[in-house]
Design a protein around this ligand. Structure first.
Ligand code: NAG
Ligand code: NAG
Ligand code: NAG
Ligand code: NAG
Ligand code: NAG
Ligand code: NAG
Ligand code: NAG
Ligand code: NAG
Ligand code: NAG
Ligand code: NAG
Length: 276
């Protein structure tokens, strides 16, 4: 793999309690390098700012203030999907940023190379075309994170994410997407960035139901990765409930199972990565 990086793009896969820099605190993979994200050529994302759905509806340009060679890919994920939509499940779920939250893929573009002005372009169709945010009324702000990864020549989606169809923006397959499954395969992202968004119609009152917390997500990111805790079962806080399911080891944001998952290599993954 032809790949170099400048010293400023220092990223880490280690313990989630380390300073994260350009990735949300408490999440992994973590990353210090800043990925430039520009909407409409006019608006660069300021890390952790609030942007509303209508401001992020079109695919942004991504860039680096530094030079890298080789092929890269960008993964853009909502880390704040309420686990309530899986309220009955005992199946594993990719861990989101907050307690009882999972993830949703919003953009996955492979085959990126850097141009002279620092921006990245690709001739490859997106694995998951860019989709903006559609936040539910009165939910907490959702954290949307961009990760720029080096892309090995032989890259294929890891088991957790493979075999799904990410084409439609509304595809259920985009939910429960694991970023750590990718970093486990290709290493740390070299740069990242994130913003938060919520529904412009949010009112000060109004209510949003978190539903019931799926056991697998109970005791999520809030307890720093040391343990999954026991599920509280009602979505209020996964940290310290008294549910009947055993504690689930929390291995970080978008944690993937080490075993027990069907090892399917999907047609989509093969098609998307066989060429270019
Ligand atoms: C790139 O450099 C410009 C000029 O110094 C700065 O305004 C911008 O924030 C930088 N962008 C990134 C992603 O570091
Ligand atoms: C980008 O353009 C779209 C369509 O013109 C607009 O709705 C949106 O607000 C713009 N985004 C930003 C960040 O200016
Ligand atoms: C829903 O869950 C989030 C964290 O996952 C929490 O911050 C928020 O307070 C919860 N909302 C309600 C209404 O319980
Ligand atoms: C950077 O280069 C790309 C590819 O040549 C081009 O599409 C884009 O408009 C350029 N951006 C700027 C800000 O000049
Ligand atoms: C905001 O919430 C309203 C009411 O649920 C919904 O109709 C609308 O589509 C949401 N806005 C966005 C941008 O998703
Ligand atoms: C989440 O994705 C993993 C890996 O694809 C899968 O094993 C699991 O069943 C999914 N969870 C749900 C609730 O669908
Ligand atoms: C993937 O989903 C798209 C859009 O729903 C559909 O057109 C396409 O046929 C699907 N591809 C496969 C391989 O199922
Ligand atoms: C749990 O899911 C079921 C089926 O989707 C739904 O009918 C129910 O309202 C959900 N409960 C909560 C508390 O979200
Ligand atoms: C993580 O949480 C555990 C249990 O609450 C605590 O003992 C430990 O000190 C925490 N570690 C860090 C690095 O915050
Ligand atoms: C949810 O669980 C928490 C922690 O176990 C508990 O304090 C709270 O009263 C429960 N809320 C409801 C509505 O059951």
């Amino acid at each position: 793999m032809k790949y170099t990086q400048t010293a400023s793009f220092a990223c880490f896969l280690q313990a989630v309690h380390l300073a994260n820099g350009q990735t949300p605190p408490g999440s992994q993979p973590s990353c210090e390098g800043t990925l430039g994200v520009n909407y409409n050529g006019t608006r660069s994302v300021v890390t952790d700012e609030i942007l509303f759905p209508d401001q992020v509806s079109t695919q942004p340009t991504i860039y680096l203030n530094g030079t890298v060679s080789g092929t890269h890919m960008v993964v853009f994920t909502d880390l704040s999907i309420s686990g309530g939509r899986y309220n009955g499940t005992t199946l594993p779920l990719a861990q989101g940023l907050q307690s009882c939250r999972t993830t949703r893929l919003h953009w996955l573009q492979t085959g990126l190379t850097q141009t002279e002005n620092g921006s990245f372009v690709s001739d490859t169709p997106a694995v998951a075309p860019y989709g903006g945010s559609m936040p539910t009324l009165n939910d907490i702000p959702h954290t949307f994170t961009f990760y720029l990864f080096p892309q090995p020549d032989d890259f294929a989606l890891p088991d957790w994410n493979a075999g799904r169809n990410y084409t439609a923006l509304s595809a259920p397959d985009r939910l429960n997407f694991s970023v750590t499954a990718i970093s486990d395969v290709v290493g740390a992202p070299i740069a990242a960035n994130y913003y938060r968004t919520y529904n412009r119609s949010n009112t000060a009152t109004g209510s949003f139901s978190n539903g019931t917390c799926p056991p697998y997500l109970a005791g999520g990111a809030s307890d720093n990765g040391s343990t999954g805790g026991a599920p509280s079962g009602n979505g209020s806080n996964g940290g310290s409930g008294s549910g009947s399911s055993p504690p689930v080891e929390f291995t970080g944001l978008g944690a993937k199972l080490e075993s027990g998952v069907g090892y399917l290599l999907g047609a989509i993954a093969l098609l998307a990565f066989a060429m270019f």
